[in-house]
Design a protein around this ligand. Structure first.
Ligand SMILES: [Zn+2]
Length: 498
């Protein structure tokens, strides 16, 4: 049994001004053939699950191409054409196939295709024909479309956010695919799209209403005729027509049951729609809560929701740093945070370790993320920015490269790590340890993310605050000028009916 595996993985924030070109993928992760095993076999990613699936279900896995880059703006037509040409060329030249595994995100938008994931599935379907089964895996905060459903035999979606289950879901995908090839099952899927969004601050799955929804999904999976059930939480920063919450149920050849289960999940979630919207505190309230905190044992973690690098943030917002300085958060180890700012890194490198610096930090990408902030201090460390995360963290990534980086100790007692690649936000604590910095020792840690840093910081945090900060990923959805989203959509149109 020969199974091809491919992935063109991107979460597109269409409000981000930086377009995503071919070089963005090439410079982050662009793997062909055996390179995929080198990078992923020991990781905790979807492809890691495919490798384990090949052993468990005894098939020949032929990894063809996997590319990925951090969440930035719309993918250029040039990047889409070149990458899909390579994918399709590899697929045609290395066949015949018994099946295909496709690792997509489910929130990719290219200049030509608002539903890029659906188009990639369609292009592959055109090559392999209708008789060769294909199973696609998606990220939890995906915008699932009917086109994606029509061009795949089954879709399996992560169920944890932070994403700690890519391996398990990839194993589910392998099982469904192998059983389909051998004729044991005939997957039949039904999609229900609800006219609502789930705000990013309500997307974590380990507590609250979102946990109830995932529990509900997992109950449905217990039914013997169900092969898979999924929730697509939506990625609200993609201004496309199919953006919104959805439920997808895959049964063994029973479309009536698939429809019934999917509609039941949709209806129960719709009833909870008001609980799934933004209620995050202001930046002032968030910082003041830290200043007034009497607990000294563990750090308080503030999520900079407006500069969520995992959702397209620029990694250089200064809004929260400005409030911290203005409200006089001070003292040794009072604040730890990171910034993307190549100009400041170069200035610090020029001074050398121990040198005094006067820097204007951050806010150099656009006008949405504050003004550069003047800080004085000294250079504590200079590194190459390359580190490794051995544990299973969000998405299962293992190797990180933030480019040449420096740590600055400011006169207020802050430690600021500044890097030259935009990076993946703060999803691994190793970005501090490898520079000799211990996050556990700080009063406040500001993370540039909403959900992705949780797996790394929850174990050391007193508690986590999700601050309603401005920026390209703000939780304040009314600040975006949508053009393409469907209408009505709750909570934008508060009287939306379903
Ligand atoms: Zn995700």
């Amino acid at each position: 049994m020969r199974i091809a595996a491919l992935g063109f993985h991107h979460e597109t924030n269409t409000f981000q001004s930086v377009k995503t070109d071919y070089d963005a993928f090439k410079n982050t992760e662009f793997l062909i053939g055996d390179q995929i095993a080198e990078r992923h076999a020991s990781a905790h990613s979807t492809f890691a699950g495919y490798f384990r699936g090949a052993e468990k279900y005894k098939f020949d896995l032929v990894p063809l191409l996997f590319c990925f880059t951090g969440p930035t703006g719309t993918i250029t037509k040039d990047a889409f054409d070149r990458i899909t040409n390579e994918m399709i060329g590899l697929l045609k030249n290395n066949g015949p196939w018994d099946g295909v595994l496709l690792a997509q995100h489910g929130a990719a938008v290219s200049e030509e295709y608002p539903d890029m994931d659906g188009e990639v599935a369609r292009m592959i379907r055109e090559v392999i024909g209708n008789d060769i089964p294909m199973v696609m895996t998606l990220d939890l905060h995906s915008n699932i479309s009917q086109k994606q459903v029509n061009n795949t035999d089954a879709i399996v979606v992560y169920r944890t956010n932070p994403h700690l289950d890519p391996v398990e879901r990839a194993l589910d995908a392998c099982e469904i695919l192998v059983k389909t090839i051998s004729g044991e099952v005939n997957p039949t899927q039904y999609l229900v799209q609800i006219p609502m969004i789930i705000n990013i601050v309500k997307q974590p799955t380990d507590f609250g209403t979102m946990k109830e929804i995932i529990d509900d999904v997992e109950n449905i999976i217990e039914n013997p005729e169900v092969l898979s059930a999924s929730c697509g939480q939506c990625f609200p920063y993609a201004d496309v027509e199919h953006m919104g919450v959805s439920f997808l149920v895959v049964t063994d050849n029973d479309i009536i049951k698939a429809e019934k289960f999917a509609k039941g999940l949709a209806k129960r979630t719709w009833e909870k729609r008001a609980e799934l919207q933004n209620d995050s505190p202001s930046m002032e309230d968030s910082i003041n809560r830290v200043i007034n905190s009497t607990s000294n044992d563990k750090p308080i973690v503030i999520m900079d929701v407006g500069d969520n690098v995992g959702g397209g943030g620029t990694a250089d917002s200064t809004h929260l740093l400005e409030v911290a300085i203005k409200n006089k958060l001070e003292g040794k180890k009072s604040l730890l945070m990171s910034f993307f700012d190549p100009v400041s890194v170069q200035e610090a490198i020029n001074k050398g370790v121990g040198g005094r610096v006067n820097l204007n930090i951050g806010a150099k990408t656009d006008k949405l993320h504050g003004e550069p902030i003047e800080i004085n201090g000294y250079v504590r460390a200079i590194t190459d920015g390359k580190f490794e995360e051995p544990k299973s963290i969000h998405g299962g990534w293992r190797f990180f490269d933030y480019g040449p980086s420096v740590a600055i100790e400011t006169d207020q007692g802050y430690t600021l790590v500044i890097h030259t690649e935009r990076g993946l936000g703060n999803m691994s604590r190793q970005m501090y340890y490898f520079m000799g910095i211990f996050p556990e020792q700080y009063k406040l840690i500001i993370c540039k993310g909403t959900v992705s840093p949780r797996a790394a910081y929850e174990p050391i945090a007193e508690y986590i605050i999700m601050a309603n900060s401005p920026g390209v990923t703000t939780a304040d959805m009314n600040s975006f000028g949508y053009i393409h989203r469907r209408k009505p959509l709750y909570p934008f149109e508060i009287d939306t009916e379903f």
